[in-house]
Design a protein around this ligand. Structure first.
Ligand code: C2O
Length: 491
């Protein structure tokens, strides 16, 4: 009937990986958490009951949340967290959206274990724009730390040093088989010869861009971030934290076992290389991992159809990432908090920052970037990092944006816009800004509210690679934020 209800208990659960056991925060005792299935235009009601000692909030990554910012989830941005013992019902509609998205905790580092896929099927009777797959499989890539992740981040914040890198990568919660540990095989996926499978791949890792590959097979990318793409054949996909990629896999090789591997693009910090336990299944003498680092980083993805991102007059900003050098007054400055407290305001007022800002110290103040409702916003995200060679996967809440251009070096406002793709640019919610390069995006600010934008490498968000857009209410019929729900948590 178009309504999907999901009961969600936040509970501690002991989990054993890499021969050791620790308690983790989970949803319904599962790691990764349950996959939520829905259809385009469905209304989703998720009742979250917090049974753990941590404050919790859940973000529906990639869900537009048209006029329902109260259900978006980032703690202290659009809601106060759900405190121990409290309950909150996330209530939102998947208006015009279908594809693979995901959900995750959006507070502290809880998303290390609190995450899962959100699969939105097309409306009944509407086919995929590619041959119907024989079967579908969700693949959630993650990271695993032997010790407690909240302790790790708290420690790092105290010492000012980078947090420990994870001890393993996981596929659907499993690292690869570990010698000497009982009943800890990797993730296995049984397929039959001659079929086509749709893999819905989510990178839920906290801090690492990953390569994903299946030995001996080609993959055809057909969708990213729940938007169809022109089919793109590749043998390796690159997927950043926050991104989702749907690929078709045709099992056109002989029977046998094939290695499935997720391997890091790079491990931070580079000075302390550490051989990590990689998740894999199949014969390990087949070692595709070693060559992966030479693969091109930016796959030329295009929108399935021609889409004209609105041109004409737009608000343009050049935002600089000051993550490594932190010159004052630049993009995504090192701010610990956008604001600490989120007052319950009348729906007419979405300028939430203003109210909160007064409580912050001057250097922590952030007014957010104002955008008029239904205006077109163009951003050039410039990476100025000179130390870290990693891309920054920048995620915008509340919108999909068109990726109209990217390049290496400094953005040239005279030359570079001439090369923008305004015909069939890929549409996403999370895009990699290349190290030492730039990415240009455009979106229509058609969703009033406060929308977080941040690097999806969790440690970078922690360090302050984040900001928010404030889209004001307009006068038109669909131009204002709906009233907050009565159970919206208070701080
Ligand atoms: Cu997937 Cu603000 O996050």
């Amino acid at each position: 009937d178009g309504i999907v209800e999901q009961g969600t208990q936040v509970v501690m659960k002991n989990a054993t990986r890499l021969c050791s056991t620790k308690p983790i925060v989970t949803i319904n005792g599962k790691f990764p958490g349950p996959t939520i299935y829905a259809r385009e235009d469905d209304t989703v009601l998720v009742k979250v009951v917090n049974h753990v000692k941590y404050n919790v909030s859940i973000h529906w990554h990639g869900v537009r949340q048209l006029r329902t910012g109260w259900a978006d989830g980032p703690a202290y941005i659009t809601q106060c967290p759900i405190q121990p013992g409290q309950v909150y019902v996330y209530n939102f509609t998947l208006t015009g959206q279908r594809g693979t998205l995901w959900w995750h905790a959006h507070i502290l580092w809880l998303r290390a274990t609190v995450h899962g896929a959100l699969v939105i099927l097309p409306k009944l009777g509407v086919p995929y724009p590619f041959p119907r797959p024989h079967m579908e499989q969700v693949i959630v890539l993650g990271e695993w730390w032997k010790s407690d992740t909240e302790a790790i981040i708290n420690e790092a914040l105290k010492s000012g040093l980078a947090p420990n890198v994870s001890d393993a990568h996981t596929i659907n919660g499993h690292p690869g088989p570990v010698q000497g540990c009982q009943s800890q095989g990797g993730f296995n996926f049984k397929v039959e010869q001659g079929n086509t499978y749709l893999l819905r791949i989510v990178n839920a890792a906290l801090n690492e861009e990953l390569f994903f590959k299946i030995a001996g097979h080609q993959l055809t990318v057909v969708e990213v971030d729940a938007v169809y793409t022109k089919p793109f054949k590749t043998d390796t996909i690159v997927i950043a934290p926050g991104q989702t990629t749907n690929v078709l896999l045709t099992t056109n090789r002989g029977t046998g076992k094939y290695l499935v591997a997720a391997s890091p693009f790079m491990d931070a910090p580079i000075l302390k290389p550490k051989l990590k336990h990689l998740p894999c299944t199949g014969p390990t003498q087949d070692r595709p991992l070693l060559v992966l680092h030479r693969q091109p980083r930016n796959q030329p993805l295009r929108h399935l159809r021609e889409r004209e991102p609105r041109g004409g007059r737009f608000q343009q900003r050049l935002l600089r990432d000051a993550q490594d050098l932190s010159p004052p007054g630049t993009f995504l400055q090192h701010k610990r908090r956008l604001h600490r407290r989120f007052p319950r305001e009348a729906p007419g007022d979405v300028q939430l920052h203003r109210h909160a800002a007064g409580e912050l110290r001057d250097d922590e103040r952030d007014e957010g970037v104002q955008a008029r409702v239904n205006s077109t916003v163009q951003l050039v995200l410039q990476d100025t990092g000179m130390i870290a060679p990693e891309n920054h996967p920048i995620h915008l809440h509340g919108f999909n944006f068109f990726v109209i251009g990217r390049g290496i070096g400094n953005f040239d406002p005279k030359k570079d816009p001439k090369k923008f793709n305004l015909v069939d640019p890929v549409e996403r919610n999370t895009v990699g800004v290349p190290a030492g390069g730039w990415t240009a995006i455009r979106f229509r600010a058609d969703n009033p509210g406060v929308w977080f934008m941040h690097c999806h490498l969790e440690i970078h968000t922690t360090w302050g690679l984040k900001m928010a857009f404030v889209v004001d209410n307009g006068k038109g019929p669909n131009e204002s934020l709906l009233p907050p729900p009565s159970d919206l948590p208070e701080c």
